[in-house]
Design a protein around this ligand. Sequence first.
Ligand code: SAH
Ligand code: SF4
Length: 390
Amino acid sequence: MNAVNLLEFDLDGLAAYCEQLGEKRFRATQLFRWIHHRGASDFAQMSDLAKSLREKLAGAAEVRGLAVASEQASADGTVKWLFDVGGGNAVETVFIPEDDRGTLCVSSQAGCAVGCRFCSTGHQGFSRNLATGEIVAQLWHAEHHLRRRLKLPEGERAITNVVMMGMGEPLQNYAALVPALRVMLDDHGYGLSRRRVTVSTSGVVPMIDRLRADCPVALAVSLHAPNDALRDDLVPLNRKYPIDELIGACNRYLDAAPRDFVTFEYCMLDGVNDTPQHARELAALVRERISCKFNLIPFNPFPESGLKRSPRERVTAFARILQDAGIVTTVRKTRGDDIDAACGQLAGEVQDRTRVSQRLATRAPIRIHRPAAQDGRGVYPPATRQESKT
Ligand code: SAH
Ligand code: SF4
C-alpha cells in the first residue's frame, strides 16, 4: 500500500489521521509545524515527537514533495519551477519578489478545461486535477527552498502572498483547493492572512458561493470583456455563467470577503477588447453595481493564440477612462517574461484528455475590427453571440 502523503492534510485532517494512529491532537499540531514551519520531511529529525509516533509514521506515512523537472531564474528575480506530476504532466509555479512582498503563483490543475482563447494553458487542454498535496507541495518546496537560498533568518518568510493564478481553474478543483487554502492560512502552517491569499477564477458561479461559505479569501475574477457576446468568445465558461450572474455572485461574496472589493482582471488584447468604447461599456457595467478594482494585464503573446498585445498608449487610455469613472485601476507589470513566467505563459506539459486543445486549434479566428477613424474612437463591434459559437 502507498504511504499516506501528509501534505494532503489541513490541520483538522492531520488530527483525524493522528487519531487513527491513537495520538492526541497536540501531536498533530507538532507534526504539522515540523512539516510546514520547518520544512522537515524526515520523521527522525522531529526531535520533540514521541519515538513511538515517529516509528508509527515511518511505516505508514511520508512527506512527499514534487519532483523538480527544472528551475529557472529571471533577471528580475522571478523564479519559475516546473514540477513533474507524473503521467507525462508537469505544472509550473512562479515566485515573484517585490520590495515589500514575495508572491507565489500556484497551479491547481494539469492543464485547464475552460479553454480561454488568450491563455496558453487553455490551449493545451486538460489532463487532471492536482491533489491537495500537490497544491501544497508547490508552496512547501518554494518557501523552504527560498529560505535556504536567500539565507533568511529563522522565522522570516520568503512567501508573504499566494495567488491561485498558475495553471488551471481553481474553482473546478474545489475539493482539493479548500484544504490547501486552509494550510496556507493556518498559523501552524504558513500563517497567511485571508487577504494575502487570492483565488482567481474565470467565473464558476456556484463555487464562488461555496468558497464564500467555506473559506473566503481574496477573490479575483477574470472578466476580460464588457458584454456577454465578446466574453462568450474569449472565456467559453461565460455561456454557462453569464456576466450578470457572475456579478451577482461577486456581490454575495463581498459579504464574507476579507477585502471590500473584488479584483477584476482584464487581459488587454489588441483590437479585441481594448478600445475606448469597451472601456466606457465596462465602466457602465460595474458602476453602482459592484465594489471592484480593475487590474489590466497586458496580453502575453504565444504563437497559437493569433492575438496581439495592446499597445501601451491604448492600455493607458483604457485605464484613464475607468479611473475617470471613479474605478481604481492598475496595470499589471510584466514579470519574468524572459523565462516565460508571465501570466498566461505557463504551459508546463499536459497530456490532454479532452478535446479542448483540438477545439481551440480549429476555432475561427476572432474578428478584429479596425477603427474607421484615426482618433481611436472607431467602432469595434464585438462578435455576435451566434458568430462566437463556432
Ligand atoms: N483560471 C484562473 C486562474 C489562472 S489564469 C483564471 O482564469 O482566473 C490567471 C490570470 O492570467 C487570469 O486572469 C488570466 O485571464 C490571465 N491570463 C491568461 N492568459 C494570459 C495571457 N496570455 N496574457 C496575460 N494574461 C493572461
Ligand atoms: Fe483556464 Fe484561467 Fe487559462 Fe482560462 S485563463 S484557460 S480559466 S487557466
